[in-house]
Design a protein around this ligand. Structure first.
Ligand SMILES: *Cc1c(COP(=O)(O)O)cnc(C)c1O
Length: 396
């Protein structure tokens, strides 16, 4: 070994080389469409809502929404008003539900845009009614009951009063109750007794609504896990987020391949530097890793400033040159270090996670490496990494 650095492979002479970017998030919209079509087949005759909140779990909200509609998703779901309005601004005109507001929320643009809003309380319903009256347009409202998650939704004791207020507002022409819904706490644990309890409470809540004279278009309870693992929870509509992106909602129970789902996101880049370090050298902040022998390391130009979790320090793996390579030491804000071999050169491609069928880790692997769920891995990644949408693998 003459030099500790391993320079980039020489570029072919006389030709401008198309350089791969430093770091990018590649999202395969064909995978999203295939996943949505697969989910539709599984859950039918129930309708499918593709949940595209939080920038489509990091995949790009507008692009994912279009792909989902193309593949037959009847509904889209988002958390907050800005997300719903951004979808309308991008041209989406189909059924669209949002479910998280604070007092003083400006409901008028949502009502005007034909977005279904969610009411948990009579106070929220009153605010929606006021917006609808101001516009002269009836609002589309879905009522949410808390059947046991103890998060959003009407407490069970207050449900009859919420239903009555909605009946009155509907009779007055200010709104139409389009849905009744709830959310499960333990759907990723199919044997958990909370699932049956919540489902029973939801059936009772639906009966209260129907008995009071409401005729919602859709009753819905299931997220991805329940949609896939608990047919009795499908009702008229299921709300699938994570499964649409090709990740398992219940990785302890079933993997994406068994479900026929394909991870849509690949995070990749190029090694900024490959070099040798001597025996005994400490690696990255705090020297939490120390080389026992002379080692070759590669610098990955992504860090927690790009959403790569620092909790994966010393635990996750990446793919370089067809092989898994361990993260060495702490993940920094802009970069981290991996252990490689002498066959690896500066500039070589590195894949943090992807589809999982080419040896690269998956978002689920990264989640396990840092004690979280795949949802958090894909949703947080981005930062300075460029996001690029492709349509099918060959387009990569
Ligand atoms: C995010 C969310 C979903 C989607 O959950 P997945 O587990 O990703 O399928 C469904 N319903 C509600 C209310 C949500 O907040």
């Amino acid at each position: 070994m003459t030099s500790p650095e391993r320079p980039a492979r020489p570029e072919p002479a006389g030709r401008r080389v198309q350089r791969a970017p430093r770091a990018e998030v590649v999202v395969d919209l064909a995978a999203i469409r295939d996943n949505v079509a697969t989910l539709r087949r599984i859950v039918g005759p129930a309708q499918l809502m593709t949940v595209v909140k939080a920038d489509g779990y990091g995949h790009g909200m507008v692009e994912v929404a279009r792909a989902a509609r193309d593949a037959g998703a009847q509904w889209l779901g988002v958390a907050v008003a800005e997300e719903a309005l951004a979808l309308r601004a991008a041209g989406d005109t189909g059924p669209l539900l949002c479910w998280l507001a604070v007092p003083g929320e400006d409901y008028a643009p949502l009502v005007e845009a034909g977005v279904d809003v969610t009411a948990y309380t009579v106070e929220e319903l009153d605010e929606v009614v006021a917006a609808a009256r101001g516009l002269g347009t009836p609002a589309r409202v879905q009522l949410k009951i808390d059947t046991g998650l103890s998060r959003g939704g009407s407490p069970r004791e207050l449900w009859p009063a919420l239903v009555q207020a909605a009946v009155r507002a509907e009779a007055g022409g200010a709104l139409r109750v389009t849905g009744v819904w709830s959310h499960l706490a333990c759907a990723d644990e199919p044997e958990h007794p909370a699932n049956a309890e919540q489902e029973q409470a939801f059936r009772e809540a639906c009966e209260v609504a129907t008995a009071a004279g409401l005729a919602p278009e859709v009753r819905h309870l299931a997220n991805s896990a329940a949609a896939l693992l608990r047919p009795s929870a499908r009702f008229d509509l299921v709300r699938c987020g994570i499964a649409s992106y090709g990740l398992s909602p219940a990785p302890d129970v079933v993997g994406p391949a068994e479900l026929g789902l394909v991870p849509a996101m690949t995070v990749q880049g190029r090694l900024a530097l490959v070099k040798q370090i001597p025996a005994g050298a400490g690696v990255s902040y705090g020297h939490t890793y120390r080389a026992a022998t002379p080692e070759t390391v590669g610098v990955v130009p992504l860090g927690y400033g790009d959403g790569v979790p620092r909790h994966a320090s010393g635990r996750a793996e990446v793919l370089v040159g067809g092989r898994r390579r361990p993260v060495r030491g702490r993940i920094c804000m802009d970069q981290f270090v991996v252990g490689v071999d002498d066959d690896v050169r500066t500039g070589d491609p590195v894949v943090l996670f992807g589809r999982g069928d080419d040896g690269a880790p998956t978002a689920q692997d990264w989640a396990e490496a840092c004690g979280t769920i795949s949802y958090e891995i894909v949703t947080r990644v981005g930062g300075r990494a460029r996001r690029r949408h492709v349509d099918g693998r060959s387009a990569e």
